[in-house]
Design a protein around this ligand. Sequence first.
Ligand code: NAD
Ligand code: DAU
Length: 369
Amino acid sequence: MRRETTERNGDMTILVTGGAGFIGANFVLDWLAAGDEPVVNLDKLTYAGNLQTLAGLARDARHHFVQGDICDRARVDDLLEVHRPRAIVHFAAESHVDRSIHGPGEFVRTNVEGTFTLLESARAYWRALGDEARTGFRFLHVSTDEVYGSLAAADAPFAESHPYQPNSPYSASKAASDHLVRAWHHTYGLPVVTTNCSNNYGPYQFPEKLIPLMIVNALAGRDLPVYGDGRNVRDWLYVGDHCAAIRRVLAAGTPGETYNIGGWNEIANIDIVHIVCRLLDELQPAAEGPHERLIRFVADRPGHDRRYAIDARRIERELGWRPAETFESGIRKTVRWYLDNPGWVADVQSGAYREWIGTNYGSRNGAAA
Ligand code: NAD
Ligand code: DAU
């Protein structure tokens, strides 16, 4: 195998996993826009990974893309040995709750076994580093607020001390990965930091998730499927703000600690759908009438968490991070982006995408509210 190195004259490098997915790719693009430190990007290119998102970096020597699986220990060992990163930022995961209900096995494999493999590889690499590099090394684990379970309407938002109560195969697998990361710090001293973030939205999000699904369906004149009564609440954060928070935690977070990241932006699903419809009515009106005519209440998601809300005071107090976007500014940018990038949208709606839509929505027909 030909070995290349991105370590030139002591330059620093980071290894990103899952950097062809929604948040990972936004992170890589923002990282290279903000500075010159190279990125090695390890991604398996599952249905959710898309190199088209990174097309602007095709000739950029600072970006080194490697197609591979985080469960492949030899591959990860080799990448660490060759590129000698000062940090690993771990995004790679199976990320969609509905898919975890239909097929949990891949979630356990990638999210649990994959994180374990990465931790073991990182531990061996880190142990062999010189003193200075060992002290500076970071393993940043990107996780979710879903590990905390579901809140009642009057409950306080999730703080970092909230007990873990995951309810879906997805959140259970992410919770398991968080526990592994924590244990590798406490037992072996690996300098880890974990972030638990709320719902992201923004450019390049795969249209299986609520906001991009509603945008692409509305533009195509298809039904807008709202689960249950539509009153489930999520705390929404623009993806660029999440990426900025991760950069801040990487730079200044304390090893062994966790940081909750959120937008102070609790919105019920049905209200999100109305906001998207009204923006589309303004930016691209449909001849048939307002996009809200397409809203359909459908059978609920099994085990559907009612409410998530993040208490993001710790990252603000200790690291000085706050979201820059309001929901109004972020959602307008997002809708505009999907309108301006029909080629990206068409490409991700392949045969496999249509198959998934059939699997998830085919059996949900009928009003549920
Ligand atoms: P995504 O599904 O869009 O992307 C996941 C990426 O990981 C894809 O590029 C995929 O090809 C890659 N991948 C999957 N399995 C892999 C494997 N075995 N080896 C290597 N690469 C693999 O996910 P996302 O929404 O960008 O989420 C990224 C991370 O952030 C996940 O860990 C997720 O749990 C977490 N997170 C997401 C949100 C959100 O709202 N989307 C919020 C909080 C936390
Ligand atoms: O909270 C962080 C999590 O947010 C991340 O960890 C996950 O990776 C990410 O997928 C997201 O999980 P959710 O399940 O909250 O996101 P999703 O976009 O799938 O759904 C948002 C809400 O909208 C949820 O209450 C279910 C509802 N929904 C979703 C879809 C796809 C609908 O009503 N209709 C739909 O068709």
